[in-house]
Design a protein around this ligand. Structure first.
Ligand code: AMP
Length: 128
């Protein structure tokens, strides 16, 4: 399976330094920054620096080092933003949207970390 990566997407432009971001944390392989339209008091996006479209692309083709770095950076964001449960925080939710049904807006893999308020049900109930 091959994944077509669009180099013009907004997160690629952030990684190239063409547009600014509010960085929370940066490592060799990963960047975490505040979402421009926050949906909760804490709303941080964690992205790999590599050219991956979505979670399954990243998991299939990223190196073990990139995957470990991504996971540890996301965990550190939970700690630094104070949402980590059991450590004074009240919890959080991670979300990664993919494709049309996932309603993915930006085609560069990212994890949302949301917290700072009660987030409600995971999904609204829809009559089918
Ligand atoms: P998704 O629907 O999962 O692809 O989410 C994309 C997210 O990127 C949305 O929550 C947007 O608010 C966020 N976003 C779009 N442009 C920017 C930007 N320039 N800086 C930070 N966040 C952005």
């Amino acid at each position: 399976m091959s994944y077509a990566y669009d180099d013009t997407n907004i997160f690629a432009r952030i990684l190239r330094g063409e547009i600014p971001n509010k960085t929370v944390l940066e490592t060799d392989h990963t960047l975490a920054f505040h979402d421009i339209r926050p949906q909760a008091p804490v709303h941080v996006l964690v992205i790999p620096k590599g050219k991956y479209v979505n979670f399954d692309h990243f998991s299939a083709e990223a190196s073990d080092e990139e995957i470990a770095d991504f996971a540890r950076t996301a965990a550190e964001v939970c700690r630094r933003t104070g949402v980590r449960p059991g450590a004074g925080g009240q919890g959080y939710r991670t979300i990664s949207n993919a494709g049309t049904h996932g309603v993915q807006e930006v085609p560069h893999y990212h994890m949302h970390i949301l917290g700072g308020r009660v987030l409600g049900r995971m999904l609204p109930k829809i009559e089918t």
